[in-house]
Design a protein around this ligand. Structure first.
Ligand code: GDG
Length: 490
């Protein structure tokens, strides 16, 4: 197994004379006022979950949008603060954006155009010229923040995701010694889907400014190369998986992202997690019920209504789960992007569905679905993971899905069943999960039934193999593979 210390060694050996910079829209730590005190917390995001342990190992600078209401209070004159608060292992440099910039660059272009464009969930993308114009300007602001730190020094800049497609070229125009890699955390759709974007060519050209471009799985890489092939005059090498455009070559590789398996396994054994498990059982009157969990940012790609409808179908078809062998399904989730109408509607739909399903099935004090619609601490999430008989990941489309890997990592007891959508990147690796098509409700309900009834021996065999996979390909391995690929290119 590849450890944090191995990654540290690799970075020291290979990148010693480089400044290491990560750039993303989302910041790994947010400072907010709670009363008149400032608190530092970790936002709900797969990207920051994965990259924070890597940065703690590598040190360096993370450039991101400062969106907390107390963020400005804690930074130095160069807008930097040391994080995590306990160890100060690396610097977080904050970029400030106006409300209008956030509306147009983040909510508008990134999340109403790019997000639905790349996730095939039949949500029409919205293309707005003003949003695109602001997106371009904000990408320049991020590039300037990076340049402010690296000057003309040698640097390895690791850019994240679909918010920052233009950053690489902007950095290189001023500092040609910078090496850039970009990781695409969401799916890349087929070329017919992507070509409807009016700014397709600018986006592709921007991404090809990178030396290395990473996707979670080979299928997304295939879609990307196919899109580029149709859209731009360039040379694609299908053996090396590279694109040469002008006189610059970009290598395109799959790197399945992961989690800090060891740390999650260890933290999930803590007494505070055990105390929290007891507190949850006590609060919700849980004794011998079968517990299911769903844990997501509230997003229309995650298939939350679909899983609730499947629970409904399960209870209708198998009434014993209401009477003799009761099931309680906890849906945990932090609402996100609420200023976008589709997200507001989704929140209303989920509330309505839960009220309806509970109303139809509840009996003497028992309710089948408990909805906890707020940000929870990592300790509480671990406690739910450990209490669960099954974890239900029903994304309609998902780049990877770290919730699935976190569930597996937390189960040192070797028990628990993962039900996993075939349309997640994670399904390519986690073959011992029970696979579902979240659009097929009956199949989904039957699979929940199979998870509940699965004999213990089979559950343990599957969980053992799942744990082995995540242990082997953990987040340090992911980062090390990217860094090694960069060093080879260099
Ligand atoms: C994107 C891609 C890809 C959730 N609620 C709370 C909370 N979370 C944490 C989970 C997990 C993370 O948020 C969600 O990660 P996912 O991977 O499931 O999803 P996205 O945020 O959509 O991430 C995805 C990922 O990037 C990485 O490349 O896997 O496909 O869409 O870590 O535990 N964390 C806390 N409180 C909550 O209430 N603390």
């Amino acid at each position: 197994m590849f450890k944090q210390i191995d990654l540290q060694r690799l970075v020291k050996e290979k990148l010693a004379d480089y400044v290491f910079v990560v750039v993303s829209n989302r910041q790994p730590y947010i400072h907010t006022y709670v009363g008149d005190k400032i608190e530092c917390s970790v936002p709900a995001s797969g990207l920051t979950t994965a990259l924070d342990p890597v940065m703690q190992a590598c040190g360096g600078i993370w450039v991101a949008h400062g969106n907390g209401n107390a963020d400005r209070e804690v930074v130095d004159s160069k807008n930097r603060v040391s994080v995590p608060p306990e160890s100060g292992s690396y610097k977080l440099k904050r970029v400030w954006l106006s409300e209008e910039e956030v509306d147009r660059y983040y909510l508008g272009f990134s999340n109403e155009a790019m997000w639905p464009l790349c996730h095939i969930v039949f949500q029409r993308p919205k293309f707005d010229d003003e949003d695109w114009y602001t997106y371009k300007n904000v990408n320049r602001r991020f590039a300037d923040a990076v340049l402010d730190e690296i000057g003309n020094r040698k640097a390895f800049v690791f850019i994240q995701d679909y918010h920052l497609t233009l950053v690489s070229r902007l950095i290189k125009a001023k500092n040609p010694r910078a090496i850039t890699a970009q990781f695409w955390h969401i799916p890349w759709p087929n070329r017919e889907a992507f070509r409807v974007c009016p700014w397709q060519n600018e986006i592709l050209y921007g991404l090809l400014g990178n030396d290395l471009l990473g996707f979670h799985i080979a299928y997304h890489r295939h879609n990307f190369l196919d899109t580029v092939d149709r859209a731009l005059e360039c040379r694609i090498d299908n053996e090396k998986f590279s694109v040469t455009h002008g006189n610059h070559t970009t290598y395109v590789r799959p790197f399945p992202i992961s989690v800090d398996f060891e740390s999650i396994t260890e933290r999930s054994q803590a007494t505070e997690v055990e105390r929290e498990m007891a507190a949850i059982k006590n609060k919700y009157g849980i004794t011998d019920e079968i517990i299911g969990i769903g844990l997501d940012r509230i997003d229309y790609t995650k298939g939350i209504p679909e899983r609730l409808m499947a629970i409904d179908q399960l209870l209708t078809k198998y009434p014993k789960y209401k009477f003799s062998k009761r099931v309680v399904f906890f849906q945990l989730g932090e609402p996100s992007r609420l200023k976008i109408k589709k997200y507001e509607d989704l929140n209303v739909e989920i509330e309505r569905l839960i009220a309806d399903i509970n109303g139809r099935h509840e009996t003497d004090g028992w309710r089948p679905i408990i909805y906890i619609k707020e940000h929870k601490s990592p300790v509480t999430l671990l406690a739910f993971n450990r209490l669960a008989h099954f974890c239900l990941v029903s994304s309609l489309h998902d780049g990877m899905n770290l919730v699935a890997k976190e569930f597996i990592s937390s189960r040192l007891d070797g028990d628990g069943v993962l039900i996993l959508s075939r349309f997640t990147g994670a399904s390519r690796e986690l073959e011992d999960a029970l696979m579902i098509n979240p659009f097929a409700l009956e199949e989904l309900a039957e699979t929940i039934q199979a998870a509940i009834e699965m004999p213990e021996e089979q559950r343990r065999k599957r969980m053992d193999r799942l744990r082995e996979k995540v242990r082997e390909y953990n987040v340090y391995r992911w980062a090390a593979d990217i860094i090694t690929a960069m060093v080879d290119i260099k």
